[in-house]
Design a protein around this ligand. Structure first.
Ligand code: ATP
Length: 573
């Protein structure tokens, strides 16, 4: 709740108007039965003048109520929308400040649910809160007092109705709070399954996994349906109980009044307004109950939002000069364990690569090649040891300087929806067409880009699905080289390119990015055969390093990889 207060302060005027308009609305609502009673008494006494005068006042009061209601709704909505927008923006900014490991810890789909569904819950409760939070107690207290003033001898009818209603509410709210928490979790599960399925739709289709996927989705969806239905059952039971209690109270009151109507004719008008007040008490209690259950659900959401807002990024950067550093890399006894793992993925890794060199990394799948590259880009920090870029410990390099120094191209890089030039300008905002052409030439992408109807302004659809695997990789390499980085990491980034294109990319890199250190991670030895230095990774350690010739003589693992690949190639001939 405290977290919301800081947001409410930004909408102080709207908050006050929303709260004050409720008072007008409640006054109009409470006074109407009273006036009605006067009008009815005047009708019984055949006093036309009073009927007309009080009838007009009744109309005026109704109009006042309507205006109060409209103003309240508008200003409550303004506060709710404003708070939700600000919360969403702060949440998004916080997530942007997270280290890669923090995003992995929460999981992307979990963060999406917090930014959408949880924020929605908070928006709705703020809206309902400003409409009801002052209205319910005022209406309840006002209606109770006026009911007692109208027919004091019927006090016990009100108490009886309240006891039944509160007892039923207490039992229901206790159950429903548990189900609300489960609902959030189940929504997240449905999102995760749907997201995984849709992101990997090609795999699903090619392995004919649709029936399995449908089953997985149905299980998650059924679980969500079940808890939602349970909440629905409780509401379904609760409402008739409330109305039954109210109608019984009305019935008893009418019966008792009926006994004495001949001796007290004024009771006829009084019972009408007494019933109205009973209904207003019921309305206040029902809405109060709704607000409470709704609030318990929204507070769970608020807690989840607050958890993100109060999480400090696990990695911070020093402030300082944004200028890029030189491209030499050194690892000194680096050991690294992924968060949550108990065994290190990299163990005592040491090597140096001078600026402008080509460093190749090979090794079996899972040997730690990508992990090593991620540490150069400081996506994670090591448990022990030091990683230096341009002779400086990466932990002492300001974020912008590090990003300007190191460009990281993945095998499956994400291109953002928009245009090709938009993607390139994200890295190099001032890039002119000529510069884009240069980068695309290096990446062997210019040929296909120039053939597109809108060339560099060609659209990139969501998940870049309008490009082939090879085209995506070329675009990702173009984006990697456009800012002329001092270190370019190609993590299996040419796997979808044919051998000739891959060779042309490497020649262009040699020619056009002479001072850039290129780190090439590859399955195929052919991709790194020309490297100045090759690291052979084995189970998180460097088993050997040197040129292709050196390693062929000295490193058993390298010899095996080479022999296997050569045999495969010869088998293909
Ligand atoms: N985010 C992560 N959290 C926990 N463990 C991870 C994570 N990423 C990778 N690993 C584990 O670390 C080990 C090394 O993975 P890494 O991706 O560095 O290997 P690799 O040599 O690049 O493999 P490949 O050639 O298949 O891409 C693997 O056992 C992998 O399961």
């Amino acid at each position: 709740m405290k977290v919301l207060m800081t947001y409410f302060k930004r909408y102080r005027v709207d908050v006050w108007i929303a709260l004050l308009s409720v008072i007008v609305l409640v006054f109009a609502t409470l006074w109407q039965p009273r006036l009605l009673q006067v009008v009815m008494n005047a009708i019984i006494a055949n006093d036309q003048q009073t009927v007309f005068r009080e009838g007009l006042m009744l109309l005026g009061l109704a109009a006042l109520g309507i205006i109060g209601g409209i103003v309240n709704t508008i200003y409550s909505a303004r506060v709710a929308l404003g708070v939700a927008t600000d919360l969403r923006a702060d949440l998004y900014a916080k997530i942007q400040s997270f280290a890669y490991a923090d995003v992995e810890k929460f999981s992307a789909s979990n963060l999406v649910v917090r930014m959408t569904n949880d924020i929605n819950q908070v928006q709705q409760i703020v809206m309902a809160g400003f409409q009801q939070i002052t209205r319910i107690p005022l209406l309840f207290a006002g209606a109770l007092i006026l009911a007692l003033v109208t027919m004091p001898e019927q006090w016990w009818v009100i108490v009886l109705m309240m006891v039944v209603i509160l007892l039923a509410s207490w039992i229901a709210v206790k159950r429903m709070t548990k189900y609300f928490a489960q609902t959030q979790q189940n929504i997240e599960n449905v999102n995760t399954v749907a997201r995984e399925n849709l992101m990997g739709i090609r795999v699903v289709k090619s392995f004919v996994q649709e029936p399995n996927e449908i089953k997985k989705f149905s299980t998650a969806s059924d679980a969500l349906t079940l808890v939602t239905a349970k909440i629905g059952y409780w509401f379904a039971i609760l409402m008739p109980i409330f109305f039954l209690a109210a109608n019984l109270a009305v019935g008893v009151a009418v019966y008792l009044v009926g006994q004495n109507i001949t001796t007290h004719p004024g009771y006829l008008a009084a019972i009408t307004s007494f019933i109205s007040y009973l209904m207003q008490i019921l309305y206040a209690v029902i809405n109060g109950g709704f607000l409470m259950t709704f609030a318990s659900r929204a507070f769970i959401s608020l807690g989840r939002i607050q958890e993100v807002l109060t999480t400090e990024p696990s990695m911070t950067y020093v402030e300082g000069d944004d200028a890029p550093l030189k491209g030499d890399i050194s690892f000194e006894h680096v050991t690294f364990t992924y968060p949550g793992d108990d065994q290190p993925t990299l163990r005592d890794v040491s090597f140096t690569a001078p600026a402008g060199a080509m460093l190749g990394i090979v090794g079996a799948t899972g040997s730690g090649k990508t992990t090593l590259a991620q540490l150069i880009a400081r996506l994670y920090d090591p448990d022990s040891g030091v990683i230096k870029v341009g002779g400086v410990d990466v932990r002492q390099i300001p974020e912008k300087a590090l990003r300007a120094t190191v460009a990281y191209v993945l095998q499956r890089s994400t291109l953002f929806s928009g245009t090709i030039s938009g993607n390139l300008k994200q890295v190099s905002p001032d890039a002119e067409l000529n510069h884009m052409r240069w980068a695309a030439n290096v990446a062997q992408a210019s040929e296909f880009i120039e053939r597109l109807p809108r060339t560099y302004d060609a659209p990139v659809e969501e998940r870049s699905q309008n490009f082939s695997g090879g085209q995506k990789q070329r675009l990702a390499i173009t984006r990697g080289v456009i800012a002329n980085p001092e270190i370019l990491i190609l993590d299996d980034a040419t796997s979808a390119l044919d051998a000739r294109s891959e060779k042309l990319v490497q020649e262009a890199l040699d020619r056009d990015l002479k001072t850039t250190t290129t780190v090439v991670i590859a399955e195929k030895i052919a991709s790194i055969i020309r490297a100045d230095q090759i690291l052979v990774m084995d189970n998180g350690q460097i088993s050997g390093s040197g040129t292709h010739r050196d390693l062929l003589k000295t490193n058993r693992i390298y010899q095996e990889i080479y022999a296997t690949q050569k045999a495969r190639e010869e088998g293909l001939k």
